[in-house]
Design a protein around this ligand. Structure first.
Ligand SMILES: [Zn+2]
Length: 562
């Protein structure tokens, strides 16, 4: 009889449905949300339950109730819009932080405005101290021409000055800086760069393009390790406040890797970082030798990618084109990588399972990279690769000959693109390229239709690095004031649903993480970007006014707005 009672009790306990047991209670239940999951099978929900670092439920408010236990935090979202954690597929994290720390010249409206800002900084500097900064862009100045050393000499006759154009592919230096670098009218251009010269006198005019910037930059005392760490902390703070949950760091060195590891170990940073280091060269060789790091610090840190830079930028006419520039017939830009070391590195990367991502802006650079990737794939067949489908990427894929667009899908190459580049560059792209070549420029929708995913990014600090600017640019393909001109190809704008994927599941795929994150689905890592308005339905201009109200990474609320 007693035995029977025990058996009955055991049977009865076994029949209690699992969700009522305490171990199934969630840590946090977000309810009353307007949830877009980016999961085509169940695109909408009201509530999301999170336990530890994972999503354990996405569905209705009523069904979420069973995940509420005595220790569960219930967050009433009051109708806020919940999206899978946003990823910036192309960012320069340290640069974003440094922009906060050095002279930030973003938004300068004229040469006078630019010089006034520089003068204010020079006036505070000690004698002989370097003045550095970045972020200026002359596109909207009247006239839209580069500043010169002589302009800068007027406000800084003694202190050396070097100031980067927003795109990172050009800098202007004053005479004191050029003197320290021994740059004269007789100095020849370095490989992959140009010392811009005055047409009449032949004197260097202060503008240094691509690799030529390095001739002056090496004279600037390096940032202290404290400053480098502070830049990362400031960059991460800004990113999570804007709603980014992962950034894919497009290049750098092992010095960055050491800083990230130190900050993760101390719990100082929570943002996910998918890191690339520059190659070909010793840094890339080290990665090929030592192999990747994946999913460290709670799936927050992965290092598995080599970043190659194959040309310059369109604004400074460094982008490598098949035909000369329409507004400068004497040049068609230049490639910035040598073929031989690249080939050796690509083959080794396939053998060792290292991803490669290559900056390519001009149509010649894009074709060159596709050709090099294709040759590597032929030289090292799947059977000899560590990862059969290596998911190599082309960063920017900005100006692509329409004949080359289908090659991406055919080769399995991912175009990683930045919508804000289009709405900035399209002001000057028609004069650089002519109307005809704009077919195939910033061609997001053509790429998607061709069968590839298009991860979206900001390229901050080249651009501002704000998810709402990128999302707006992708769906509106107009400047922030609503302007679009001839040759802007409105048909290349994407739908809201596609834009959502550009910043969630597609970047996850481009990082081999599509099973881990990128949608709001049971079993995936709990990364959420929660917004003040429904960017999937509101009129496009209102997207720019939308704020991030909460950022969740690994199930932890890492930012909560007021
Ligand atoms: Zn970049």
């Amino acid at each position: 009889m007693k035995l029977l009672l025990i058996i009955t009790t055991v049977l009865f306990l076994a029949l209690i449905p699992a969700p009522q047991r305490t171990q199934s209670a969630a840590d946090i239940v977000f309810k009353n949300g307007n949830v877009y999951t980016a999961n085509d099978k169940a695109p909408k929900a009201q509530a999301v339950a999170v336990k530890d670092d994972k999503i354990v439920f996405a569905g209705t408010n009523a069904a979420a109730q069973k995940y509420v236990g005595p220790n569960t935090r219930v967050v009433d979202l009051k109708g806020s819009t919940v999206l899978p954690g946003f990823t910036d597929s192309h960012q320069h994290l340290s640069g974003v932080g440094q922009r906060e720390m050095t002279l930030n010249l973003e938004g300068t409206t004229s040469l006078e405005d630019f010089l006034a800002k520089v003068k204010a900084r020079v006036d505070q500097a000690k004698p002989g101290e370097w003045v550095t900064g970045r972020g200026w862009i002359e596109t909207h100045w009247q006239p839209p021409v580069f500043p010169t050393r002589w302009d800068l000499d007027k406000v800084s006759p003694n202190n050396p000055v070097i100031l980067g154009r927003a795109d990172g592919h050009g800098s202007v230096a004053n005479s004191a800086a050029l003197k320290l670098a021994n740059i004269t009218k007789d100095t020849i251009n370095p490989f992959g760069g140009e010392i811009s010269k005055d047409k009449q006198s032949g004197e260097p005019n202060g503008m240094l393009l691509d690799s030529a910037q390095g001739m002056v930059r090496v004279k600037v005392p390096p940032a202290s390790s404290d400053d480098a760490e502070r830049a990362v902390v400031l960059g991460v703070k800004r990113d999570i406040e804007l709603g980014w949950t992962q950034i894919q760091d497009a290049g750098g060195t092992y010095a960055d890797v050491e800083i990230f590891k130190k900050l993760y170990a101390a719990g100082t940073i929570k943002l996910r970082i998918y890191k690339a280091v520059y190659g070909p060269g010793p840094t890339a060789t080290r990665l090929l030798d030592e192999g990747p790091t994946t999913g460290a610090y709670g799936n927050r840190f992965t290092l598995r990618t080599i970043k190659v830079v194959s040309d310059g930028a369109l604004g400074s006419r460094g982008a490598a084109l098949n035909e000369p520039y329409s507004d400068a017939p004497d040049t068609s830009g230049f490639l910035t990588v040598k073929e031989e070391p690249l080939r050796v590195m690509l083959a080794e990367a396939l053998r060792t399972g290292i991803q490669v991502e290559t900056h390519a802006i001009g149509d010649r650079a894009n074709r060159f990279v596709l050709d090099e990737y294709e040759a590597a794939f032929k030289a090292v067949p799947s059977s000899e690769r560590k990862i059969a489908d290596p998911r190599w990427r082309i960063e920017h894929a900005q100006i692509v000959n329409p004949a080359d667009i289908p090659r991406f899908a055919k080769l399995g190459v991912i175009p990683s693109m930045q919508p804000s580049h289009a709405i900035g560059d399209l002001f000057f792209a028609p004069s650089r390229l002519g109307i005809k070549r704009l077919q195939g420029a910033y061609a997001w929708e053509s790429f998607i239709k061709s069968g590839v995913v298009v991860p979206g990014g900001s390229d901050a600090p080249v651009e501002r690095g704000e998810p709402m600017i990128e999302f707006y640019a992708a769906v509106a393909r107009k400047d922030p004031k609503g302007f679009s001109g001839e040759g802007w190809h409105p048909e290349e704008a994407v739908t809201r649903a596609q834009a959502l994927k550009m910043f969630t599941i597609w970047p996850a795929y481009a990082a081999f993480e599509e099973k881990l994150r990128g949608t709001i689905e049971v079993g995936k890592l709990a990364d959420l970007t929660i917004l003040s308005a429904d960017i999937m339905t509101i009129p496009a201009p209102e997207i720019l006014k939308t704020r991030c109200v909460m950022t969740v990474i690994n199930g932890e609320i890492v930012f909560e707005g007021s």
